[in-house]
Structures are given as C-alpha cells and as structure tokens.
Design a protein around this ligand. Sequence first.
Ligand code: GLN
Length: 251
Amino acid sequence: MCRHLAYLGAPTTLHDLLHAPAQSLLVQSYAPRRQKHGLVNADGYGVGWYHPGRARPVRYRRATPMWADASFAEVAQVVSAACVLAAVRSATPGFPVDESCAQPFTCDGWLFSHNGRIEGFAGVEEDLRREAEPAVPDARAPVDSALLFGMAVRLWRRGRPLAGALAHVAARASALAPGRYNLLATDGLRLAATACGDSLYVLRTGEAVVTASEPFDGDARWRQVPDGSLVTADAHGAVIRPIEEVACTDP
Ligand code: GLN
C-alpha cells in the first residue's frame, strides 16, 4: 500500500508540507506507522500542485524512492502552493516500478491517487476498462490504479462532482472486485477522499485542511476517518459521509 496526502489552505512550501514534519510523507516512504500492507514505499513517488494563473496542476514524478531525490528536496524549499496532492508508492505485485505508475495521476484540472489494490485484476480489467475514459494518458498506465482514475475522469467530464465521482468509483469497483480503494482527488478548490480498506485521517487547522493516509505530526486535531467513508473538504471545512450514501444519491 502506498501513502498519500492532500492539502488545501494557506500557501505552504512543498518542503514544509512534505519533508519537514516529524512523520512527513518523506518519513512515511521508509517508516510508515499506520500502514496495513507493506513495510516501505520505495517504488516511486509523485507530487502535484496548483500554480497561480495556470489552469492545470504541475505534476512531478519519479520511479525512485522519495528519500533518494535530494534535488527535488532542494527545489521544494522554494515552491509554494495552496493545494497539493502527493503520494509515495509500494508497487502492487505484478505491476512495474515505472514512472508512469507513480501517482498522482492527472488530467485536465484534476489530481488523483489510489492507495490500495484491485484483487484479481486480470479478471475484471476489461469490465473496468469499459467504464474508463479511454484516451487519457495516465489512465493507460500499466497498473490497476490507472483504470480507477479513468473511471473517475469519465464521471468528472460528464459533470459529476469531484467527491460524488470518487464515491461512485469506490463503490463500483468494490462491487466488481474485492480490494482496497482509498481514493484521493482534488480539482484545486476541493479535496475528496475515500477510506476503503486502509487508514485515512483528516486535519483541520485554522488555515488549512489535510487528508492523509496517516498523521504527519503530533497535532491533536488529527481525526481518523471510519472505513467506508467519504471525506469532502473545501475552504469552509470538511464533511464525512458514508461512501454508499453518496454513491447512490449524488447526481
Ligand atoms: N496498486 C497500486 C500500485 O501498484 C497502488 C499500490 C499501493 O497502494 N501500495 O501502484
């Protein structure tokens, strides 16, 4: 399993968000504390963020461990953003360690990450592919998560809300194949995340909201999200609802 996080709030440097905290995503790449599957996340990583005046997010990825990328750590000290989504990867057996499989995936204005796996992927791949947007480059990456991204993009492009689409993809994929479906996405203004088989936490401070696989510091305001839930967050706060309820009721 991987670890991922999304941030929305006052501009922060990527260093302060991803490298500096005591249990930062960087630390989680070699010593995660709440991870239920896998010991390290050394099979690549990625960071996506929004830059003022640019409609699409900037996305940086590597197939190497986050701790091995000293050059990015230096750049991260001077890059600031008000919305960030990042992930470190522990590749599911059967899928390559390749930059194309490192998340976040991106398309149009969205960033997306899947922490988990689709059990028996080969048996359901064609079914899932039929529900995924076909021509999106990241949705064609040779990894199970890519098809979940393709399914989300198709729903978003048809006007489904950011969070409603994630709930639908998690519910639909769970119905087709057992697995773990912790999904995370942003459009730069909102965050959405599912807790579906692995840990998920939310932190609300006066100036930001964060959803993350595990807390990156000792702040007492981190709250664990119950399994089976969907988190939606924007500048006004965060709401937690059952995935099934949203998947069935949202347009
Ligand atoms: N299945 C995805 C991959 O192989 C995600 C892995 C994970 O969450 N560890 O990259």
